[in-house]
Design a protein around this ligand. Structure first.
Ligand code: KE4
Length: 429
């Protein structure tokens, strides 16, 4: 029976009169894939349920945070217990210390950490820190990488900015972005050229160590190592934006996974277990200039709030057990392997980039290795594919330029069901 979306459509109509695009974040709208977004009423484990009672196997994981799956029993209990002790004190609490200790212990590049309320705040603070520490103004980012919506980072940005074709947003004065230099992902020469020209004026190079906002694009051999070398040589700080990869690729994120240690690390998503969160951390020496210890100002009413700490800690405690990363990787590989067989069998022009428990299937080949090759994807085909999948109860991200995430709640049975739906959705193209 064809899925009905009556209630979602009704809600969307009202929402559009009250919120821009009817959503609180652009990527949730289905603008990139057509149709109106489904409104989720509840979620449990690997499944979400919309207002019309349709059930989905969820591969969005709320854009990354829900690595255990939705409303995990221990996470919900931790939030409830924390809420009964109060929701925010405006004063330090013990769980902030426990979270800081866990982050410092897990990330080789972090001796000291500051919590924030979003990934955007984390990267915004990290760039300010790098500029303050080096007393330099220029920053280097990569086309297609997305670091949240701070003005000077919304330049050739990925995620929703690319999805909706506004990689550089209006409303950002030229003077705010003329110190933001652009390099090409996986192209070290493009970075060397910038250092040749701006050398000792560059405060930092910021990147997603595995790009996931132009779809998943892993770093090619030696790319991260060479970035580490060139920044060190020029006295610039290397920032890894691990908002997605932190605790996703391993308990020490991409820096542990690839063995390349940045000067500053940004975190988010998983560390909040689905509640608003972000963090940035570095060596004691670099963090010593952050207020109130040092002069670089940074603050947040709800930074490190007890609920997000409780949800994050419950998530991380559970994650770091009985070889969960191997389970996540093996389950993802069986889904990706099956999908590759389907692509071959149906002779579809598509390719997959996959790493640990995240992947993207691109309607282009060969598999993209940078922004330009990612943009070659057939987004119209992706829209039709997304819609076909949705109607069979599988929720992929509503954009070609996002990542599919697996959680510890997904099972082989879910993967088999998903592969059947993928076969039908792709065959129907
Ligand atoms: P937030 O401000 O949305 O918490 O984090 C910004 C951010 C920073 N760095 C990376 C690598 C990120 O992926 C993000 C946010 N990711 C997008 C989707 N890929 C969030 C979804 C949305 O914008 O609604």
């Amino acid at each position: 029976m064809k899925a009905q979306f009556t209630k979602s459509k009704k809600l969307y109509k009202i929402a559009q009169g009250l919120m821009p695009g009817g959503v609180n974040s652009p990527v949730r709208s289905f603008n990139a894939v057509g149709g109106s977004p489904v409104f989720i009423s509840k979620a449990k484990g690997a499944y979400t349920y919309d207002e019309d009672g349709n059930k989905y196997i969820d591969y969005m994981s709320s854009w990354g945070p829900l690595i255990l799956g939705h409303s995990d029993v221990d996470v919900v209990r931790a939030i409830k217990q924390a809420a009964e002790r109060g929701t925010s004190y405006g004063a330090p609490c013990a769980d902030e210390v426990v979270m800081a200790k866990l982050i410092v212990k897990s990330f080789p590049g972090i001796d000291m950490v500051r919590m924030t309320n979003s990934g955007t705040e984390a990267t915004m603070s990290a760039v300010r820190l790098a500029r303050a520490y080096t007393n330099r103004d220029y920053i280097v980012k990569f086309e297609g990488c997305y670091h949240g919506h701070a003005d000077y980072l919304l330049v050739q940005a990925g995620s929703g900015a690319t999805t909706f074709g506004t990689p550089s947003s209006p409303g950002v004065p030229k003077s705010f972005t003329d110190k933001t230099l652009l390099a090409k992902y996986n192209d070290i020469e493009s970075v060397e050229k910038l250092f040749k020209k701006y050398g000792d004026k560059i405060a930092t190079v910021i990147l997603e160590p595995v790009a996931a906002n132009m779809g998943v694009i892993p770093p090619q051999k030696d790319f991260l190592e060479n970035l580490r070398k060139i920044t060190k040589k020029n006295g610039a700080l290397l920032i890894f934006d691990e908002v997605i990869t932190g605790f996703r690729l391993s308990m020490g994120g991409a820096q542990k996974y690839f063995g390349v240690i940045p000067d500053i690390t940004c975190l988010g998503k998983i560390i909040g277990g689905g509640l608003p969160v972000g963090a940035f951390g570095a060596s004691r020496k670099i963090m010593s200039i952050v207020a109130p210890l040092g002069p670089m100002y940074q603050a947040g009413t709800l930074s490190g709030n007890p609920l997000a700490m409780a949800a994050g800690l419950a998530t991380l405690d559970k994650l770091n057990k009985n070889s969960n990363y191997t389970k996540l990787r093996d389950l993802t590989n069986s889904l990706v392997g099956g999908l590759e067989d389907i692509i071959r069998k149906l002779e579809i022009k598509a390719s997959i980039n996959s790493l640990e428990s995240m992947f993207t299937m691109f309607f282009t080949e060969p598999a993209p290795h940078d922004y330009k090759t990612a943009l070659a994807s057939d987004t119209k085909k992706y829209s039709k594919f997304f819609e076909n999948l949705l109607s069979t109860g599988i929720m992929f991200p509503p954009s070609q330029f996002e990542a599919v995430f697996l959680s510890l709640s997904h099972t082989e049975k879910d993967v088999d069901k998903t592969l059947n739906a993928l076969y039908k959705s792709l065959k129907d193209l």
